[in-house]
Design a protein around this ligand. Structure first.
Ligand code: SF4
Ligand code: SF4
Length: 162
């Protein structure tokens, strides 16, 4: 586990790797009216372990959620916002990227992923960032939890479709 100071450095490094790149080359917000940014006083984006934010923070069990009300300064977005709707996955062969099925209910990129061409540049950068995140025990645990919830969301949708 990295001390807090090093976690800040880790997230700064990850932000630098991701840069201003986005999962799609075009602005996907025009497809859906920015559904993932339509927060309210109750909902928001999960913060990575010890991630700091200028946004209001609420507890969600042992995790923290940044509540934004649907508006933020782009440069201060939490990491979850920067990578949504994708998640890096650690495998025996390195990092791969998959869609975050927790977004099935709101994100057309997740619902129609077979028809979506995500930006190769972004995927490459997310794999690089994922390598750093998985090297940190807290971030690895956080991502594994996100992936478990993503798998659970898939199972729920499949159960409805049966
Ligand atoms: S919900 Fe999906 S398509 Fe819409 S803005 Fe968010 S990431 Fe883009
Ligand atoms: S913090 Fe910004 S990018 Fe993230 S959900 Fe809120 S408005 Fe959208």
């Amino acid at each position: 586990m990295l001390p807090q100071k090093d976690k800040r450095r880790l997230y700064r490094h990850v932000h630098r790797i991701l840069g201003t790149k986005t999962p799609l080359r075009a602005d996907c917000g025009t497809l859906c009216g920015k559904r993932c940014c339509r927060g309210d006083s109750e909902t928001g984006m999960l913060l990575f372990p010890e991630e700091k934010t200028v946004l209001h923070v609420q507890k969600n069990g042992r995790r923290q959620v940044a509540v934004c009300g649907g508006v933020c300064k782009r440069s201060t977005r939490p990491l979850s916002c920067r990578i949504f709707p994708l998640l890096p996955v650690q495998t025996a062969h390195g990092i791969r990227v998959e869609t975050d099925k927790r977004g099935l209910g709101i994100c057309p990129l997740v619902r129609h992923e077979e028809n979506v061409r995500f930006s190769e540049r972004f995927l490459h950068r997310l794999k690089k960032a994922g390598k750093l995140l998985y090297a940190d025990a807290d971030c690895r645990a956080f991502l594994e939890q996100c992936l478990a919830e993503s798998a659970q969301a898939t199972r729920i949708v499949e159960a409805f479709l049966k």
